[in-house]
Ligand binder design. Structure first.
Ligand SMILES: Cc1ncc(C[n+]2csc(CCOP(=O)(O)OP(=O)(O)O)c2C)c(N)n1
Ligand SMILES: [Mg+2]
Length: 598
């Protein structure tokens, strides 16, 4: 019996089969190899079986997941960690629909991904055949583009196009649904890797001289400017240019959640994270600023708070490569539709060096009081707070880990207390806020960055959504470290219940299995940590072990993330940690409306 995880041919010994008669199934893998793919994440089934059968002959590593959602998050994590296109594969019907959450997650965070699904034979389309779902219909609003392929002769060109669309312009997921007959039929394999030209698709935009200069005029005259840097900086590889720009102009840099790492946390011009759980001085600086220079970010409601009171004194410059984002949420004075690196490179040589001393003086004053409210400075009560775990994890890993978080309170504490100095050192689901993302995304990340020390930071709730992928770690003999921030609650929802729903904890206390035993049941190692003194040692131990290690950190159950801008409130209307009530009680403010969508 042959095992598909050990391919017969290497890339070097693979014969050139262009011009030969091949099956559509073979052409799928021929095309992926030619696109530079090395790893695919997937799960087989009837409508994709011809493709799986052909896979055995190709130099591709197939990772068998335990649930197709895991495959889509793995492809996503692979892409975010490396900047390359991630690939996942599933069968028709339930296989394809299980990918939907992962596709939407990638779409909302602009992640380049190619998703290949099997489909029933073309003759059966529309007949409610066994395991038939119109997956191109289902995914239309959550893919950058999608294709239904009914003919073997179309497979190579479609896959080539799919990779092009996924990675160019503002990246995103592209789905290719391939009918079973198209996989089985023979056709001549033609590979045309000349540049793809698609009518109506213009992924590259160059900045106009007029917009560049209009922005320069405003930048020169501003007294209280703030740069808002988002994920676009990371995707454009513009970190170096942003550092040079901030140093020359003395402009403080605030980051979005997905922008963290795009500008070093330890850089003196770094303000920190903005938004709903951003630092108070960052949000206040934005509210008081006279100029916002938004670069590769999209004014999501989580970063603006109530739009009507957002940065009321600021002129706004928006550097963004997707024209549909311009003036979508926030009206701007100057829009530059272009790549962040190109724009920063154009500004840099012509801008004069400046010092914004009064502005920095004011910002540093604002920082003063915030530091006092920081949990790290609170007296040691002997309790283990999640913030302590993250802080000590940061120290023990020397800030060098590739951290992959799930969604909830732990995600926000990670963003606040793990200081990211390099791009692509944090992977997190921002736009969709997908629980269950972390473990599979970390597995994908580890496959694309084999040398990285990968840490999963995940809640007790979210971990249980995709914990089945522990078996994938075991089968692949993969090394990731898992820090479960176990607070016995769906903590972020509990926090909203505490603040806005009168403390009625409906459906948020959550019972978990013994996570240490769960790790052991998979042949992996586990450890429980209940006090702060054990954290650093546990992290070092986990890193020293060869296989996947899970640490169950039993943290304070009813702690809350501060500051918090309640949904619908202005960015400056933050709830702060109270100094007086045991360090973790909200100064509840009843004027804020009940929010939704945690
Ligand atoms: C798939 C999915 N379902 C529901 C939610 C809503 N939600 C956001 S945070 C959260 C609680 C997360 O709990 P846990 O994983 O334990 O993390 P904690 O907040 O306690 O750190 C929930 C239910 C979501 N974001 N994603
Ligand atoms: Mg929890």
């Amino acid at each position: 019996m042959q095992d598909a995880s050990t391919p017969v041919l290497s890339r070097e010994t693979m014969p050139d089969r262009r011009g030969q008669r091949l099956s559509g199934a073979q052409i799928i893998w021929e095309s992926l190899v030619r696109e530079g793919v090395e790893t695919v994440f997937g799960y087989p089934g009837g409508a994709i079986m011809p493709a799986y059968d052909a896979l055995i002959d190709y130099p591709l590593h197939h990772v068998l997941v335990r649930h197709e959602q895991g495959a889509s998050h793995m492809a996503d994590g692979y892409a975010r960690a490396s900047g390359r296109v991630g690939v996942c594969v599933a069968t028709s019907g339930p296989g394809a629909t299980n990918l939907v959450t992962g596709i939407a997650t990638a779409m909302l965070d602009s992640v380049p991904m190619v998703v290949i699904t099997g489909q029933v034979g073309a003759a059966l389309l529309g007949s409610d055949a066994f395991q038939e779902v119109d997956i191109t219909g289902v995914t239309l609003p959550i893919t950058k583009h999608n294709y239904l392929v009914t003919d073997a002769a179309d497979i190579a060109r479609t896959i080539h196009e799919a990779f092009y669309v996924a990675r160019t312009g503002r990246p995103g997921p592209v789905l290719v649904d391939i009918c079973k007959n198209a996989q089985q039929d023979l056709t001549t394999f033609i590979w045309d890797d000349s540049p793809v030209l698609l009518p109506g698709y213009r992924p590259r935009h160059s900045p106009t001289t007029r917009s560049i200069e209009a922005a320069l005029d405003i930048i020169r005259t501003s007294k209280k400017p703030v740069i808002l840097a988002g994920q676009g900086v990371i995707k454009a590889g513009a970190t170096e240019q942003l550092i040079a720009f901030a140093e020359k102009t003395d402009i403080p840099v605030a980051l979005t959640l997905l922008g963290l790492g795009g500008f070093p946390a330890s850089h003196p011009k770094n303000l920190g994270m903005m938004g709903m759980h951003g630092e108070a001085w960052v949000n206040n600086a934005i509210q008081e600023s006279d100029l916002l220079i938004a670069i590769g970010m999209r004014f999501d409601d989580r970063v603006t708070g109530r739009i009507a009171s957002y940065a009321p004194y600021a002129r706004k410059i928006h550097v963004e490569m997707d024209p549909s984002e311009i003036n979508k949420n926030v009206k701007v004075d100057v829009a530059i539709v272009a790549d962040a690196r190109e724009v920063l490179s154009a500004w840099l040589p012509v801008l004069e060096a400046r010092k914004l001393e009064p502005w920095w003086h004011h910002i540093n004053d604002m920082k003063g009081d915030a530091a006092v409210l920081d949990i790290q400075h609170m007296p040691d009560t002997g309790k283990l707070h999640a913030a302590h775990v993250i802080h000590d994890l940061w120290r023990a890993t020397d800030g060098k880990a590739l951290v992959v978080t799930d969604v909830g309170q732990h995600q926000m504490w990670e963003a606040q207390y793990y200081r990211h100095d390099t791009p692509r050192s944090l992977i997190t689901s921002g736009g969709l806020g997908t629980m269950g993302f972390a473990l599979p995304a970390a597995i994908g990340g580890k496959f694309s960055r084999k040398d990285a020390s990968v840490w999963v930071v995940v809640g007790d709730g979210g971990f249980q959504m995709t914990a089945c992928e522990l078996a994938t770690c075991a089968q692949e003999e993969l090394k990731v470290n898992i820090a479960i921030i176990n607070n016995g609650f769906l903590g972020m929802v509990r926090q909203w219940q505490q603040f806005f729903y009168g403390g009625r904890y409906v459906a948020t206390p959550i019972k978990s299995p013994d996570f240490v035993k769960l790790a052991e049941a998979h042949g992996l190692q586990g450890l429980r940590v209940t006090s702060r003194g054990e954290v650093a040692g546990a992290v070092a131990w986990a890193e020293s072990q060869p296989g996947t290690v899970l640490i169950d950190f039993r943290v304070e159950q009813e702690d809350s993330v501060y500051p918090m801008v309640p949904s619908g409130a202005g960015l400056h209307e933050m709830m702060r940690r109270s100094k007086t009530v045991d360090g973790h009680t909200a100064n509840h403010n009843p004027i804020f409306e009940t929010g939704e969508d945690t």
